[in-house]
Design a protein around this ligand. Sequence first.
Ligand code: FES
Length: 157
Amino acid sequence: MGMTLGGIAAIGAGASLYAMKKSWDPLPSVISAGFTTVDLSPMDSGELRTVEWRGKPVYILKKSADMSKCADRDVQVGNDDYSVGVQICTHLGCIPSYIPANQVFKCACHGGEFDACGKNTFGPPPSPMEIPPFKIDGNKLVLGEEGPEYLRLVGKA
Ligand code: FES
């Protein structure tokens, strides 16, 4: 009798652990939403695109010849340089707007500014905009995967 009860309890515990693990695992839709692929080939020089990656805005700015280059922030694809960053202000999380005429990101909340490389240049933001994990696949940028270009920029390579 005792062994039967013990066996039932063990089966119940196993079923509970399985159910708990299932609830912790990300849903398939979340896993597939973890990557965002952007084709860079149709972008014009000086063009900025903002895409959504894991619920966050990520900007991609194709540098024009008159824009400052940042070896520690830009990624080169073919002959072009791109600035990529999570477009969220590092002060209190507002979304800075890009102003092409000035080549700056301006945060409307407290006046913070970031340059075309995503570096904080004015106001309260304490640090540059975050570089999201990415990899370069031909002419495509794949957000959500740590490629060698990303690892170099963040000092992990
Ligand atoms: S949230 Fe951007 S400057 Fe304060």
